[in-house]
Write a protein that binds this ligand. Sequence first.
Ligand SMILES: *[C@@H]1O[C@H](CO)[C@@H](O)[C@H](O)[C@H]1NC(C)=O
Length: 181
Amino acid sequence: MATLCGSVCFLFVIMVIASSPAAVAAVGEDIVEETCGQCSRSNPNVNYTLCVSSLSGYPGADLHGLALFSTMPLRSALATIASEARVLRDRAPPGSPPRSCLDSCLEVFRDAAYNLGNAVAAIESWRYGDAKTAMSATTDAPVTCEDEFKGQGMATPPAIKARTKPLFQHGVISLAIISLL
Ligand SMILES: *[C@@H]1O[C@H](CO)[C@@H](O)[C@H](O)[C@H]1NC(C)=O
């Protein structure tokens, strides 16, 4: 009887430890740090600190899950830069060159949101090559917008420039993670 309890109790303890939130969190942090480390070694543009902080809320995710989660900050970064462009566009005089550039930028950001949706759908169906293509297009959006202004010999509005970096940084992280799959 003592022997039976010995092995049964031992099993029970193992099960409790394995399913406790602390154990899951420890595993989750490991894979996030490991993945972000791998990404920043393979691409110097990957910000390790940002990578870990943006994925640390998803303990227990596997690499496939992390790739999906890494797309989420892009959604809000894209919404932010697009709403800034809309505000500036509405302030620009109708028919003026800045207004036409901002209209083009809004179109670019709409396409980028569409591409981001495609990237998510591609990850979900394990089409990682397609996911990379769509994510690259999403990440390039701010540069394409800046090119609209450059083409007209104008400087990109600082409010737009300021919102370019987060979009680019999260895009680089997401691309690096998809590349590991
Ligand atoms: C990396 O990300 C962290 C956290 O968001 C930020 O404080 C830091 O400035 C970033 N570093 C670079 C080089 O962008």
